[in-house]
Design a binder for this molecule. Structure first.
Ligand SMILES: Nc1ncnc2c1ncn2[C@@H]1O[C@H](COP(=O)(O)OP(=O)(O)OP(=O)(O)O)[C@@H](O)[C@H]1O
Ligand SMILES: [Mg+2]
Length: 155
């Protein structure tokens, strides 16, 4: 469990990316657990920045899912140390899904089978059973943290 201020999110995002398995045969899944406002979306924004996503990452609360292309090769943003093994960042917010079957409407097989996808899912507990075991779980909490910081645990 680390206490992370907003200014430190970028380096945490870098560490998390370095921890993800390589040589995967399907999409990498990152489960983001934590109460409303705990900082899950903000972390995905840091991750997107680290990956060189050019678009602004907004919370997919209402649209459920958003995908972002990751720059590769010549279009790679200066300052990024290595070419990302991912081509697409898929950001899901399952908060509004009432049961795992509703997840099927997102046609998960279209993005879960592609090893070039990094799938970040907020509120994964809502779709338990419909999702393969996550590669990494992050727990977020604002409880007992200062207003400008969050507790984040990587498991
Ligand atoms: N590490 C952090 N330190 C300080 N403030 C943070 C941190 N992470 C997020 N915040 C702030 O907390 C607020 C809510 O964050 P965010 O939208 O990321 O929460 P969330 O977990 O995605 O919530 P929801 O479940 O509603 O989608 C934002 O105003 C954001 O700036
Ligand atoms: Mg969110």
């Amino acid at each position: 469990m680390v206490k992370v201020a907003l200014g430190e999110l970028q380096s945490l995002a870098k560490e998390v990316l370095a921890q993800l398995p390589e040589g995967n045969e399907r999409a990498i899944i990152l489960a983001l657990i934590g109460e409303l406002g705990a900082g899950k979306t903000t972390f995905v924004q840091a991750l997107a920045k680290e990956l060189g996503v050019e678009d602004t990452v907004q919370s997919p609360t209402y649209v459920l899912m958003k995908s972002y292309l990751i720059s590769q090769g010549d279009t790679l943003k200066p300052g990024l140390s290595k070419v990302s093994p991912y081509k697409k960042l898929v950001h899901i917010d399952a908060y509004r899904l009432e049961k795992a079957e509703e997840f099927e409407a997102l046609k998960p097989e279209t993005f879960l089978n592609d090893p070039h996808n990094l799938v970040c899912i907020e509120w994964p507990e809502r779709v338990e059973g419909a999702l393969p075991t996550p590669d990494l779980v992050l727990n977020f909490s604002s409880k007992d943290a200062g207003e400008a910081e969050r507790y984040i645990e990587v498991t």
